[in-house]
Structures are given as C-alpha cells and as structure tokens.
Write a protein that binds this ligand. Structure first.
Ligand code: NAD
Length: 493
C-alpha cells in the first residue's frame, strides 16, 4: 500500500448496503495500513436524521471483527466520521455540506483534497454531479475526485447522457468509474501472468490459443435485489462490465507501461476490435436463460419468475453465454466463450485458456495444455501440461501444476474496494473504467439487447445447473466444450 493521504471523503448513500458491507471495511483497511491516518474525515450523507454518534456506531459495527486490536482501532477510526442528513435533490443541502467539509478540512489539516463517492441509486448520479458544481463544492487548492458506482447507464444512449452530465462538473482525469472486478487480486494478476512470463507471453497468440473461456458463476439467486435486477438482467449486470473487463485483460496488446494512459489505450483498442455481430447473428452466438425451480440439497429453490418482485412473465435473463470474436490481429478467429448466471451449480469466477493441441507429434495426439486462472473464491492458477505417465514409456497424460494463494494471506491482503479507493486517493486511474471503454462495451451489448427484445423465447435451466442446454450446444457446434463443468468432481476449482 501507499503513503498517507489527506482528504475529506464525502459519501453519498452513507446508510446504504454497499457503504456498510464494503466501503467502511475498505476505509478501515486503509486506516489500519496508515494510508488514512490523522488528516482525513468522512462525511456520510443520507436522508435519515442520524446523529454523528449513531453514525459512528454503525461504522464501528461494520468494521469490527473479533480481535481486540481491531475494536480499539475501530473507535479511533470511527471518530473521523461525521453524518449529514442530506437530500441529494435539494440544492440548499449542498451549502451545509460545503460548510461542513470546509470545517473538517481545517480541523484535520486536509489541504483542500476532496473525494466524492456516489454510492446511491444511479438515477441520482447526474443530480449530485451538477449540484457539486452549481453549489461550488469543488476546491481550488487540492484534488477533487469522483468515484462513481455501477451501473453506469442502461445502454449506450443513457451512459452517454450520464457521462455528459458528469463531465460538465468533473473532467475525465477526475472521474473514477468503478468496476470492482478490476480491484480483484487475480483479475489484476492476469497482466503479470501474461506479460511477466516469457513462457506465456510467447504463446499468447492465435497460432497457439485454441479458445478462451470466462465464467462468472453465482450460486445465489436474485435475493432481495429483484427490483434492480428486473431492469438489468445478466447481460447488463455482469457482461457489459465485469466480463468485458476480464476479456480486455486477456486479449489486449501489451501496454507500453503500467500507467493509466497506456493501459487504457490498449484496452480501448481491444474493445474497438471486438467483432460486432449484426442483430441477425446474435441468436447463433449468444444464449440467454432463466432459472426454474429446483430442490437443491433438500431445499426447495423458487424459479426466477416466482421470486418476490419478479414479474410472472418476466423476460429478464438470469444467464448469458456468448461466443465473442475479436478482429484484433493477434486473436482473429479465436473464440472467447463467456458465461455468467445466477443459481448456477457453484460460485466461481475463473478463466481458462486452452492452447492448441499438437495434432500429431512424436507422441501422437495429445491433450491440450490449459492455463486456468482462479479469480474467486480461491485465488491462483493452474497449468496443465503433459507429462509421461508413471511407469509407461512414451505415454503422456495431463498433469496439473497448481498454485493457490494461502487463504489466510489472501484474506489479509487488501480487498477489491480497498485497493480501488486507495488508487483513487492516490490519483491512479489504471483500474477504473475510462469513458471510451464504457462506450464501446455498451455499443457491443446494445446489439444483443436489441435482438433479444424481438425474440419472445426464453430458454430455461433448473436452479443448480450450469445454464440452458443451448449454452453447451453453443460450444459443441464447433467442437469445443466448457472446460469447467462443476457437476463433475474436479480437483481444480
Ligand atoms: P441502498 O439502497 O442500500 O442505499 C442507497 C443509499 O442512498 C441509502 O443510504 C439511502 O438513504 C440513500 N438515498 C436514497 N435516496 C436519497 C436521497 N434522495 N437523498 C439522499 N440520500 C438518498 O443501495 P446500495 O446497495 O448501497 O447501492 C448503492 C450503489 O452501489 C448503487 O449504484 C448500486 O448499483 C451500487 N452497487 C451496490 C452493490 C452492493 O453490493 N450493494 C454492488 C455493486 C454496486
């Protein structure tokens, strides 16, 4: 982690779920590592009329684990938190907020730095940004940065409109559009694996790569988020952002440096080079699905359409699989299979790169070499190489070289939100979404949405399985198969 930073952090949505589950623990992590120390204050805002004391209790509770050391630190940490009842639609409330920020700036000798975090429903993002400008909350003498949560728009047009309203107040260099997958240890580690190993760097190419598979599987259903999910679905919720970001890390050119500019440049090019399907081609390359009721380990699981808050005839997809192609010269013709969904067999985010097997060599046809990167819940990677079967001359069989981070060490490492807030405090935009990336990914996804809007069929899959049959057929058609099939017993997950 990096050096100490001074800032007044204003959190819009301070009483919300994200703040309590992710943001307070992330800020506490930064406090424990000394990034936030003496010269910081957090203003939590929400509509409820809370006192500072009550707010500090909430913060303490959100960050405390069982250790005595953490309990003592939590109280000192929470003393930096202030609560301001605030309706984001009321311009007058911003004056109070500005005065409080100025007072805390002086009290903690912050020096004018401001970080604004929008952890609220997205329909408020533009309103907050415009009020921050009209009520002059940005300072002249320090940095002013904005972290903005997903979803960033609902399609290209809405994302562009939102971007226009935010860039009226903040310029691109001040905007940190969050995709928490970019904060994950093993998502970031893809760059090191690809570009830090001559062994992989030399074969990361269409001549050697057979296919790439990206799976983001959730075991949970829609939970209490049906209201949001009904307007989103798996394509918007997972593919446009998280899946696409992993895809970019896997297919982009090597950046000239590990700077935000260089990384954004190659990522934007990777998205530019995605092969755009026409609406007519979508059905052959993308599969959607909805989970139906099932009994899993003796527990009755409702189907998606039976969940609270879901329309009985809902056409919202809870699963997407796709066959993505890129026109990037290094990857032309290499299929990138993606899938994500709710109520799948097991929670796991993993990527498998399958290398082209040698059709005929000294040893005849051989199993393909594969590299699998485990993003979550376990973190690490496996390489399958062919070794001589024990006691059998000239007979090869796949052997797995397996690395996993030690779970205790991984738990002690900074979590995604902590990394990303740390980056934003230090002005490092590398692991945030540039507008160009969002524009391109929305354009890509919009075609699929348009095709699906005209299609009245909705394939289904039983809760606890890995999606509709069509998702398997999507690969089998070209002689591929899903590498990770959690119904079968497999060591490597
Ligand atoms: P939430 O509904 O739990 O919290 C919303 C917050 O906004 C509350 O503090 C509420 O008091 C406040 N609020 C609502 N209307 C207001 C108004 N008019 N003025 C002032 N405050 C108002 O939402 P959440 O789950 O914390 O999500 C926040 C954002 O984070 C959303 O953009 C969401 O998409 C994103 N996000 C959340 C999660 C998550 O795990 N919860 C994950 C990824 C992204």
């Amino acid at each position: 982690m990096s050096k100490e930073i001074s800032a007044v952090i204003t959190l819009f949505g301070g009483s919300g779920d994200l703040a309590q589950r992710k943001l307070y623990p992330a800020l506490f992590g930064l406090y424990r590592r000394g990034v936030l120390k003496d010269h910081f204050a957090v203003i939590g805002t929400a509509r409820r009329p809370w006192s500072d004391e009550h707010y500090r209790d909430i913060v303490r509770e959100a960050v405390c684990d069982d250790s005595i050391e953490a309990t003592a630190q939590a109280s000192a940490f929470a003393s930096h938190f202030y609560y301001q009842s605030h309706d984001v639609t009321d311009a007058a409330h911003y004056t109070t907020l500005k005065e409080l920020a100025a007072q805390l700036d002086e009290q903690y000798a912050v020096g004018g730095n401001r970080l604004f975090y929008m952890a609220m429903a997205p329909n408020f993002f533009a309103t907050i940004a415009s009020h921050l400008k009209s009520e002059a909350l940005l300072t002249e003498d320090g940095f002013n940065r904005l972290i903005i949560e997903k979803p960033f728009g609902h399609d290209y047009a809405s994302a562009a409109a939102l971007n226009a309203s935010i860039t009226a107040t903040f310029d691109e260099r001040q905007i940190y559009r969050i995709d928490h997958y970019l904060g994950k240890e093993m998502a970031q580690a893809i760059l090191g694996l690809r570009f830090g190993n001559p062994l992989l760097r030399g074969v990361w190419h269409k001549d050697y790569i057979h296919d790439i598979q990206i799976t983001l599987a959730e075991a949970v259903g829609v939970e209490e988020r049906a209201g949001y999910y009904e307007t989103s679905g798996a394509l918007r919720d997972m593919v446009q952002n998280h899946v696409m970001q992993l895809l970019a890390y896997l297919t982009m050119d090597e950046p000239s440096a590990l700077t935000p500019e260089a990384v954004h440049e190659v990522k934007a090019r990777a998205f530019d080079q995605l092969h755009r399907y026409t609406e007519a081609e979508v059905a052959a390359n993308f599969v959607r699905g909805q989970y139906t009721a099932a009994t899993i380990a003796g527990t009755a699981i409702p189907g998606y359409r039976e969940e609270d808050g879901v329309a009985q005839q809902s056409m919202t997809e809870t699963f997407v699989a796709g066959r993505i192609l890129t026109d990037a010269p290094a990857f032309a013709g290499v299929p990138i299979f993606i899938r994500t969904g709710k109520r799948l067999t097991r929670k796991s985010t993993q990527v498998t790169v399958t290398f082209k097997p040698q059709a005929a060599g000294l040893f005849g046809a051989q199993p393909a070499n594969t590299l699998t990167i485990y993003v979550e819940p376990s973190e690490g990677f496996s390489l399958e190489l062919n070794g001589q079967a024990l006691g059998q001359t000239n007979v090869l069989e796949p052997e797995e070289l397996r690395f996993r981070h030690d779970p205790a060490a991984a738990k002690a490492a900074p979590e995604a939100y902590e990394r990303l807030i740390n980056d934003a405090l230090h002005g490092d935009q590398t692991n945030f979404n540039h507008w160009n990336e969002l524009a391109q990914t929305w354009r890509y996804v919009d075609v699929i949405l348009a095709a699906w809007a005209k299609d009245e069929t909705m394939p289904t899959y039983a809760a606890g399985t890995m999606g509709p049959d069509a998702a398997t057929a999507l690969l089998e058609r070209d002689g591929h198969h899903w590498f990770w099939q959690p119904t079968r017993i497999q060591m490597a997950d």
